[in-house]
Write a protein that binds this ligand. Structure first.
Ligand code: NI
Length: 387
């Protein structure tokens, strides 16, 4: 449907766009220069858009022949961190970097916009450039604004080194985990390192707690329901010979099953209550709800599958084996609107660099795959719904 010659002709420009985004990364809700670049390209393509300013989304509207609307989404934010790629277009902003590939997502969606302008679909396409995927849930801001009212389906995706360029992973149902974070405060009684009987040692209690919570995963949760508890931050004490009065622990929980999640939350509370009693301490637990799971709807997954076959063929279609333990705020859209979230293989032959690594980079050939997929899936969806 989209001529390879057209894609090849547009590709160098998509690479330029991606590199411009990459050079100037901005963190969640601060994507102003990024939005300006998107707007400049939409204007060049003569696509009407809306932008409310800092912290807002850029929404582009492609008018086709038909009343129905499908949405395509790319995220705009970068991450804190110092880039180590040494690339000529590496970040020029100290301490900020596109380490999650959102620069590629934006270039892909602008690529799809160009393709759809050349070949108008049988309906309307809403291009959603979303702020703050990494932190703060920019998806919720867009949903609250009402911008997606009347949208029939939404499609999104993410680059990854888990697959090669030319491969797209797709699956129905749960594709990413529910993520919840927690904070624990242990309050004992400080004292002299030589006289433990006069104190209640918050560090020893923290030690018990760190290992105890792992038994929730290994002994209480059904192993067929993938779940993770990670304590990533521990803070206590002031001197080697002082018994710490307080300790703070912070972590994240990932679950893919509602019952496993309930059990994990209840299990944390139960253990903390018991450990407090066991060690004569006071322990407080705060659980903060994170992103819900991304759940792909059956019909839209089928539509995505058809688009993938068109773009990369049977050989490039990778069926999902199991959900990822990562989290993604695309989930908020899918709670309200049916849709499908896929993964674009983006590694070079022999290298694997995880997302969020300071050395992260994509094989830019993925821009062709992503742009074609987004354009194709919009077409497939509008045709399916009879746009
Ligand atoms: Ni990401």
């Amino acid at each position: 449907m989209f001529a390879q010659e057209l894609v090849d002709a547009l590709y160098p420009h998509w690479v330029e766009l991606r590199r411009a985004f990459h050079r100037e990364p901005e963190l969640a809700f601060e994507e102003v220069a990024t939005a300006e670049k998107i707007i400049a390209e939409l204007e060049r393509l003569r696509i009407p858009y809306e932008y409310q300013g800092k912290g807002g989304a850029v929404l582009g509207r492609i008018e086709g022949k038909g009343e129905l609307t499908v949405a395509l989404r790319a995220d705009m934010d970068a991450l804190p961190g110092t880039e180590t790629t040494g690339l000529p277009f590496a970040s020029v902003i100290p301490g900020k970097m596109h380490a999650c590939g959102h620069d590629a997502h934006m270039a892909m969606l602008l690529g799809a916009a160009a393709l759809l302008q050349e070949n108008p679909p049988p309906g309307r396409v809403l291009l959603v450039f979303q702020p703050a995927e990494e932190k703060g849930g920019g998806a919720r801001v867009i949903l609250r604004s009402g911008a997606l009212e009347g949208v029939r389906a939404i499609f999104g995706g993410h680059v990854t080194h888990h697959y090669r360029v030319g491969e797209i992973m797709v699956g129905e149902g749960v594709v990413t985990a529910q993520s919840d974070s927690f904070a624990i405060h242990i309050c004992g009684r400080g004292g002299h390192g030589a006289r433990p009987h006069e104190a209640i040692d918050a560090v020893v209690i923290a030690g018990f707690l760190i290992t105890a919570v792992q038994t929730l995963i290994s002994r209480e949760i059904d192993p067929l329901h993938p779940s993770v508890v990670t304590i990533g931050r521990v803070q206590a004490g002031s001197a080697p010979n002082v018994i710490a009065e307080e300790a703070w622990l912070e972590g994240t929980m990932r679950t893919t099953h509602a019952e496993a999640r309930r059990h994990l939350h209840a299990g944390m509370r139960r253990m903390i209550k018991a450990l407090a009693e066991l060690h004569r301490a006071e322990i407080a637990l705060e659980i903060r709800e994170g992103y819900p799971p991304v759940v792909n709807s059956p019909k839209e997954t089928e539509i995505a599958r058809r688009a993938i076959l068109q773009v990369v063929g049977e050989k490039g279609l990778v069926p999902m084996e199991h959900p990822s333990m990562g989290a993604e705020d695309f989930a908020f859209y899918l709670e309200k609107i049916p849709g499908c979230y896929v993964r674009f293989g983006a590694r070079r032959e022999d290298e694997f660099i995880p997302l969020h690594s300071p050395a992260f980079d994509v094989n830019e050939e993925v821009l062709k795959v992503g742009a074609l997929y987004f354009a194709q899936v919009a077409w497939e969806a509008l045709r399916e719904y009879g746009g």
